[in-house]
Design a protein around this ligand. Structure first.
Ligand code: CDP
Length: 587
């Protein structure tokens, strides 16, 4: 595919200090000695021109590659939209692995298990993260037919995956992230729930328990539920559902692990049930996928979609600008699929059938700051629904337009959309809300749909770099209120929040809230509001103060179920020895 040459008049991007460090470390190309030889401008042009070049494949295209390359460049360098890290790292380099999310099957034989270990290693090497369901593996101590011995169970194999990951730094620079899921009705469930109770254990894995609705009903009624042998479906044991749920809550209270995912709900939203059942998500939980499926993500910076009202009043979301960005971003992400080269033919085949993309948002807290809306308010929750409904509707309309130009995703006829005569769409899913661990640093915005962790803080990024950050909207607001002073900033950096600083104006303290200032219920309400209009799932951590009780966590898990979330992750302040601010970064 021929790429458009960089125009001489191309403007230089403006890059924030933190982004400079991150981009040089991980994204700009380096020579054999590790010396960076690509400028940031060249980086963004490399990506823009490579993704735009795919346009030439389509006769019916409404865009010219050269014009589109410039549009994509402007889209990224205005930090209105950024594609997931593997696209930024690899597009146009000849490496071609551009997706962040993969799910691999783990079937119940030694050959299949070690194939999965090998395939995961290949994906990690190329910059992607992998999710697995271990639910098909026979239970520990059950009979192995071929040898007459006993099986060692999902957990012992999970340790092998963990160990293999440790050895392979993703793309040579970052550790591969994994998700391990076990269904709650697997006989080894109690051991799995406790798997990460020792600090540092299985540190390359996020673990989640796959909860079923049958199990949740048993918890509600305080009944027993069945544990079943995965290979025969035979009931091997009965457990009291509340005891299992209690253990789950206890472990999450101790360390944040495991999280939970609601498998039935995820499968109700499976757009192509004829192609199989969804058993796992990607590492951070936002992308449920079929076995061998991959998905590339991208995030729109909502902080850039703000329109100041006339006379400073009636500020609003800039809906026209948001629509423009969504349509361009959907085209970008669909082209990424064509530009991708996957490490396994099975993946190429699955991605080719569904063409899933995951367009999401970041900078949500920044948008709320600009609109003077407190994150922990019904106004914010209502706006979240409105914004995400708009995102989903416009992303689907963009996908429809692409289908008219390029044809629907090949599995469309057998999909839920095809059966209901909706569409046709170019993509089986269009929306996902990612953590944006690194993208938010590059974009200089708040991450995903999270509130700020602190208004001002020291961030540990990657290996040893320490970055001091304070939110620019907060700084401006302080200045406007005549409250800014370097001494005050120092004080705030120590505690992160202004909640107790009663000398500051009330309105500032109302709007500039941080994750820890917010009652847990608002975290959950926000997650549910975004989930309502997201095809895939929402990455979100419900942050709890150190004083939160087990009952609080029970309540959150239960409400996540009631509110229609696809899963939930909690984190109680101080419950891990090394606290990572940016969960997606995996370092
Ligand atoms: O901001 P960035 O594009 O780097 O990633 P993110 O939004 O924080 O994470 C998106 C997805 O990338 C995760 O859910 C994982 O699937 C993958 N990822 C990974 O495999 N390894 C990491 N260290 C970070 C992210």
């Amino acid at each position: 595919m021929s790429k458009t040459k960089m125009p001489a008049s191309l403007p230089d991007p403006i890059i924030n200090e933190n982004a400079k460090i991150v981009l040089a470390r991980r994204y700009q190309k380096k020579d054999a000695e590790g010396i960076v030889y690509e400028t940031v401008k060249e980086l963004f042009w490399r990506v823009a021109s490579a993704i735009a070049a795919e346009e030439a494949k389509y006769d019916g295209s409404s865009c010219k590659p050269a014009t589109l390359a410039r549009d994509f460049y402007d889209l990224m360098t205005s930090y209105s939209f950024l594609p997931n890290s593997p696209t930024l790292m690899n597009a146009g380099t000849g490496l071609g692995q551009l997706a962040a999310c993969f799910v691999l099957p783990v079937a119940d034989s030694i050959e299949d298990i070690f194939d999965a270990v090998k395939h995961a290693a290949m994906i990690h090497k190329s910059g992607g993260g992998t999710g697995f369901s271990f639910s098909r593996l026979r239970a520990k101590d059950s009979v192995v037919g071929s040898t007459g011995g006993v099986a060692s169970g999902p957990l012992s194999f999970l340790r092998i995956f963990n160990c293999a990951t440790e050895q392979i730094k993703q793309g040579g620079t970052r550790r591969g992230a994994n998700m391990g899921i076990l269904r709650v009705d697997h006989p080894d469930i109690m051991e799995f729930i406790k798997a990460k109770e020792r600090d540092g254990e299985l540190n390359n894995f996020n673990l989640s328990i796959g909860l079923t609705e049958a199990f949740m009903r048993a918890v509600e009624k305080n009944e027993e539920f069945d544990l079943m042998a995965p290979n025969s479906g035979q009931v091997v044991e009965k457990l009291n559902a509340r005891e299992v749920f209690n253990l789950l809550v206890q472990k999450a209270w101790e360390s944040g692990d495991p999280g939970i995912v609601f498998l039935d709900r995820i499968n109700r939203d499976n757009p192509t049930p004829a192609l199989g059942e969804i058993e796992s998500t990607n590492p951070c939980g936002e992308q449920p996928l079929l076995p061998y499926e991959a998905c590339n993500l991208g995030s729109i910076n909502l902080g850039k979609c703000y329109a100041k009202g006339k006379n400073g009043h009636d500020s609003e979301v800039n809906w026209d600008e948001l629509r423009r960005i969504i349509h361009l971003s959907v085209r970008f992400l669909d082209n990424v699929i064509d530009a991708s080269v996957y490490p396994l033919s099975e993946i190429t085949e699955m991605v080719g059938k569904n063409r899933k993309i995951g367009l999401g948002v970041m900078g949500w807290a920044d948008l709320l700051f600009q609109l003077d809306i407190a994150y922990n308010s019904q106004t914010a929750v209502d706006l979240a629904e409105r914004v995400m409904k708009f995102m989903r509707d416009e992303a689907r309309s963009a996908s429809k337009q692409l289908a008219a130009e390029r044809g629907p995703f090949p599995a469309y006829a057998e999909s839920v959309f095809g059966k209901a005569n909706l569409g046709p769409y170019r993509n089986a899913t269009t929306t996902t809300i990612a953590p944006t661990g690194t993208l938010s640093i590059i974009g200089g915005c708040s991450s995903g749909v999270e509130p700020l962790f602190a208004l001002s803080f020291v961030r540990n990024v990657m290996d040893n770099d320490k970055l001091v950050e304070s939110n620019p909207f907060f700084e401006t607001a302080l200045k406007q209120a005549d409250a800014y002073s370097p001494k005050l900033m120092e004080e705030i950096a120590k505690v992160g929040t202004i909640r107790k600083m009663e000398h500051l104006p009330h309105d500032l303290r109302r709007v500039y809230v941080t994750a820890m200032d917010i009652e847990p219920i608002w975290h959950l309400k926000m997650q549910a509001a975004f989930q309502k209009y997201t095809d895939n799932a929402v990455s979100k951590t419900v942050n709890l103060p150190g004083s939160a009780t087990r009952e609080d966590i029970w309540d959150i898990y239960w409400k996540a179920y009631e509110y229609g979330c696809k899963g939930v992750t909690v984190y109680r302040d101080g419950s891990k020895t090394s606290q990572v601010l940016c969960t997606g970064d995996g370092d």
